[in-house]
Design a protein around this ligand. Structure first.
Ligand code: GSH
Length: 320
């Protein structure tokens, strides 16, 4: 087990893999160019045409291959019994729902009352989302859920509990002495060299995916509160939506709507300062969306298609 996690993590630390070495080697061959003598134009056109044809064939093959993999992932994932404990309007829960929907995985939802949280009283982990797999393995934290389920879809021979051991819990105290829980490797899929090559055919793809997943949790998500509770009217409208969609008793709902909206309006101003947002918080949100879109356009659609994580959070932020 440790060896399996270790191999997957060696890649995270940037140790050269076979794939990287092969790619570095092929750079040499690419630098040998025709000298452009007589007949160079014809030869150049021939090579260009051939090159383009080859490029399109490989790209088409890659797309078909991804589509096939996706189908078999769905079939495999359908065998897992998944129960998601959530607050419907929580961005971390939305992220998990989008991931499961994207992969066509069926799941049952248990809406948790955010005041009493009776629905998760059996759990020592007191946040949502929680995903129960086959009624026996409990996955906490949206990123751990996504990484471990995705790992399971690719590495079908691994059991969920075996995979979960690759994401150990780390407990510590924050500045105000409150216990905080983090999970090691939570943005990393635990794949063998061969599976990794199939999933991330180009150098740097896995690191890029990890970078944007982390960005969604560490930056994008912090833009939501200052944007949706920006004015008292917007705070009230947001809480009206949260109460309508969530599981609240009628008194709880009324209380949550007015007290919650007032509290979050004030708290969002503190959050704005804590995260150094501009006075017009919309500008930070627009910039974040633009940054993400430019990066996905630049890198082509392949990793973006396989990683709906940031995309989902963007939707939560902009629609919330
Ligand atoms: N890092 C966690 C954060 C989860 C989180 O903070 N969830 C909030 C709801 S958005 C929560 O359950 N807070 C505790 C509470 O409501 O008492 C994740 O990615 O899942």
């Amino acid at each position: 087990m440790a060896a399996r996690c270790g191999r997957a993590l060696a890649k995270a630390r940037g140790e050269p893999s076979l794939r990287h070495r092969e790619l570095q080697g092929s750079g040499g061959a690419g630098s040998v160019c025709p000298d452009g003598g007589h007949g160079g134009g014809l030869l150049g056109a021939f090579l260009l045409g051939g090159g383009l044809g080859l490029y399109h064939t490989v790209k088409q093959w890659q797309q078909q291959h991804f589509a096939q993999e996706e189908k078999s992932a769905q079939a495999e994932g359908g065998a897992l019994k998944l129960v998601l404990y959530q607050y419907k309007t929580c961005p971390f829960c939305s992220k998990v729902r989008a991931f499961l929907d994207y992969h066509g995985l069926p799941y049952e939802i248990v809406e948790v009352n955010p005041v009493m949280r009776k629905e998760i009283k059996w759990s020592t982990y007191r946040k949502v989302p929680i995903l129960m797999v086959d009624e026996e393995v409990q996955l906490n934290d949206s990123s751990v859920i996504i990484s471990s389920i995705k790992t399971r879809l690719i590495s079908k021979d691994k059991s969920m509990s075996e995979i979960l051991r690759c994401y150990p819990e780390l407990k510590s105290k924050n500045n105000s002495g409150k216990e905080v829980v983090e999970y090691m490797n939570k943005y990393w899929l635990m794949l063998s060299e061969a599976d990794s090559l199939q999933q991330y055919p180009e150098k740097g793809m896995q690191k890029e995916e990890m970078k944007w997943r982390q960005w969604a949790d560490d930056w994008l998500v912090h833009l939501i509160s200052p944007n949706v509770y920006r004015t008292t009217g917007e705070a009230l409208a947001s809480f009206d939506y949260i109460v309508r969609e969530g599981k609240f008793g009628s008194f709880e709902g009324f209380f949550a709507k007015y007290v919650g909206a007032a509290a979050m309006f004030l708290i969002s101003k503190r959050l704005k300062n804590r995260h150094n947002l501009q006075d017009d918080v919309r500008q930070d949100l627009y910039k974040a969306v633009n940054d993400w879109i430019s990066a996905s356009v630049k890198s082509g659609s392949s990793w973006e298609e396989t990683s709906p994580t940031s995309q989902t959070c963007l939707c939560s932020a902009s629609c919330g």
